[in-house]
Design a protein. Sequence first.
Length: 202
Amino acid sequence: MRDQRFCQASRSGKISHMTPQPLVSIIIRCSERDKLALTLASIAQQEYPNIEVIIVGMTGGQAPEMPDLTWGRTLMLRTVATDSPISRPLAAQAGLDECRGEFFCVLDEGDTLLAQHLSTLVPIALSRMEALVVHSRANLLNADGSVRKVLGSPLNRVLLYYAPLISLQACLIRNSVRELGCGFDPALLIAEDRDFLCQIAE
């Protein structure tokens, strides 16, 4: 069963100077500062101009220190700290609660985006107002950088409950899903990302 609330991106969606550029919030769940630099560098290289970054520390205590990077652009960057260590779903929800953008993405430290990721997905999302999620394909990599698996099939709601079809990290999600009651379940120790997408699909 295909769902119009999920839209798979094609290469035809490209931003131009005439395209509206709503704010996109990128949430990063962070437990290892060393991997954070890789993720932030890929965000800094985005062709899309209007981005805020929300870094949620998962280890407790002070917010994660920012790595020393040459950004090459201006980024709105905020950090969220917690008194004690928190789980992945709690970190994602904490970031979601801080989102100001019309759209958001959720990454983990070490995840990277291609430079054209947002500039491809945002125009598609703006042209498909019924779509709550626009997604691309995602490469899952081995330690040596080789591709282990590719996710990104068109959504099938039935199959989504049985196996991951798309990667949350490859999704651009409309912030209005929060008004529908969608959120990250703190009771889940695994598959919290897929559960969140299942909520949207319902």
